[in-house]
Design a protein around this ligand. Structure first.
Ligand code: ASP
Ligand code: MG
Length: 405
């Protein structure tokens, strides 16, 4: 088999761990597989580099930022290849551009356009273990160095696995798989054997930090089987794959929460066409991502209230902007609160089962937890609640849907 193994920052955090990675890689090769290794920078390294840049300038050029940030992965790539060679196996370290990872020119959040895998495949045929720097690429015409956005080495791994038509993409991290919820809140949370791409996508974007969201989208698009597992144990891990019948039998697969939430409400807006369009165009132009939106029309039909949520980190900016728009639109009042969380249930089984949302609302109500906002998709129900109830809600819902092992 051709196997891509990606090791995250904690797995290559120091020399001892890099040696342990090399041992696992060589073991895999000795089992008769061709192995391509993708590494992150040592944990904390990318943050450290960003911090250095900000000590020099409050607004460093993004092109130079990419040259700086890509250095973290060069270090671990070279060291990992050396560690493999020290174990007596041939190894070749490649930067993103040497590995043919071609991206667009959007510095610090580039998109992979294609991968020219010839050199990597050649080295594999010649018996090398190929170690590639994650998170980085190069533009095709100008040869500019780019990076793929935070957490981007997951995407590097999945994209390389797809391009090389690898049989498996293993993501090694510091947890041994994807859990039904955060085990820090619910100790009985269970590691899942497998999860569908779509569920993983919801879980990833809802804040379960095991896999970068874009990498899951990519894996789904190209059908790359991904396994999330720990580099500190030999436990089985969780397979992220196409949906199957077994998965549909489970109505709710996981519970996630997001504490980085804040809510803005505009009261007494005129109820006429173009109001929401104006409000959300201005907010989008300020690059603020809006999550949930709820609109209500007053009983006399003359005015409307709109509430929406943004990341807590965007609240100040969004609030100032909303106040300005509110004046223009002649709204009565603007309010905000940031003591809220979003809690969600996710499962492909929801497509074929009814009453799941009601069950969620009942469970919360039975514990006196008030729901402030609700949103749903085909495989997810999310509720905004007061943040002091976050942990309680997670426990209650994990219980209600029978997720414990
Ligand atoms: N080193 C990069 C980061 O910290 C990429 C990664 O680790 O995936 O975001
Ligand atoms: Mg990561």
């Amino acid at each position: 088999m051709l196997i891509v193994q990606k090791y995250g920052g904690t797995s290559v955090a120091n020399v001892e761990r890099i040696k342990a990675v090399a041992e696992r890689v060589v073991r895999t090769a000795k089992e008769g597989h061709k192995v391509v290794v993708i590494v992150s920078a040592m944990s904390g390294e990318t943050d450290k580099l960003i911090n250095l840049a900000h000590q020099i300038s409050s607004n460093p050029s993004e092109r130079e930022m990419d040259i700086l940030l890509s250095s973290g992965e060069r270090v671990t790539t070279a060291l990992t290849a050396m560690a493999i060679e020290a174990l007596g196996h041939k190894a070749l370290a490649l930067t993103g551009w040497q590995a043919g990872i071609i991206t667009d020119a959007v510095h610090t959040k580039a998109k992979i356009e294609k991968i020219e895998g010839g050199r990597v495949l050649n080295a594999l045929d010649n018996g090398y273990i190929v170690v590639i720097a994650g998170f980085q690429g190069i533009t095709e015409t100008e040869g500019e160095i780019t990076t793929l956005g935070r957490g981007g080495s997951d995407l590097s791994a999945v994209a390389i696995a797809a391009a090389l038509k690898s049989d498996l993409c293993e993501i090694y991290t510091d947890v041994d798989g994807v859990y039904t919820t955060d085990p820090n809140i619910v100790p009985e949370a269970r590691k899942m054997d497998k999860i569908s791409y779509e569920e993983m996508l919801e879980m990833a974007s809802l804040g379960a930090k095991v896999l970068q969201t874009r990498s899951v989208e990519f894996a789904m698009k190209y059908g790359v089987p991904v396994v999330v597992k720990s580099s500190f144990s030999d436990n089985e891990g969780t397979l992220v794959t196409k949906e199957d019948e077994d998965m549909e039998k489970v109505i709710v697969s996981g519970i996630t929460y997001d504490k980085n939430q804040a809510k803005i409400t505009l009261i007494g807006l005129p109820d006429k066409p173009g109001i929401a369009a104006k409000l959300f165009t201005d907010i989008a132009n300020a690059s603020i991502v809006v999550d949930m939106i709820v609109q209500n029309v007053s009983s006399d039909g003359k005015s409307a209230d709109i509430s929406f949520t943004v990341a807590k980190t965007d609240l100040q900016k969004a609030f100032r902007l909303t106040e300005n728009i509110a004046k223009e639109l002649q709204a009565k009042e603007v309010t905000s609160r940031d003591d809220i969380s979003k809690i969600s249930i996710v499962g492909v089984g929801m497509r074929t089962h009814s009453g799941v949302a009601a069950q969620m609302f009942n469970a919360l109500a039975n514990h006196g937890i008030n729901i402030l906002m609700i949103s749903t998709s085909e495989i997810k129900v999310s509720c905004v609640i007061e943040s002091k109830y976050t942990e309680l809600s997670v426990r209650v819902l994990h219980d209600t849907f029978g997720l414990a092992g």
